[in-house]
Design a protein around this ligand. Structure first.
Ligand code: AMP
Ligand code: ZN
Length: 111
């Protein structure tokens, strides 16, 4: 499978890992938009949220997000979770992932 994030999960491409368990891998975004910018991904390859056939993985990812938000100390001031889906959503890597972004005041504008 020619997928950047599958290669990162497999250790074939280096990453700054911040969390790993049997189902989930999390690492620092290579091009951070804020002091905290972490990508949380399922180890199983799904091209986008529209392919996810096991909703429990999404719940588990959000458990990991809670844990990382505490660890990276963004709970009190707040943060943003982003999932880009498809071309209009500007998804550039076709392996479903959630961005955890925080550590500064973010823009109100979403679009
Ligand atoms: P998206 O645009 O939602 O698909 O997000 C893809 C994200 O992956 C972008 O924020 C990129 O900066 C990030 N990214 C691309 N290549 C790497 C890499 N090798 N290691 C870590 N993050 C990456
Ligand atoms: Zn993949």
């Amino acid at each position: 499978m020619d997928c950047l994030f599958c290669k990162i999960i497999a250790g074939e491409i280096p990453s700054a890992k911040v969390y790993e368990d049997e189902e989930v891998y999390a690492f620092k975004d290579i091009s951070p938009v804020a002091p905290v910018h972490i990508l949380i991904v399922p180890k199983k390859h799904y091209a986008s949220v529209m392919e996810v056939d096991d909703p429990s993985i999404i719940g588990h990812i959000f458990e990991v997000i809670q844990k990382l938000a505490k660890e990276f100390d963004v709970c009190e001031d707040g943060f943003r979770i982003v999932n880009n889906c498809g071309d209009n959503g500007c998804q550039s890597v076709k392996h479903v992932h959630f961005h955890l972004v925080g550590g500064r005041q973010l823009e109100a504008k979403m679009g």
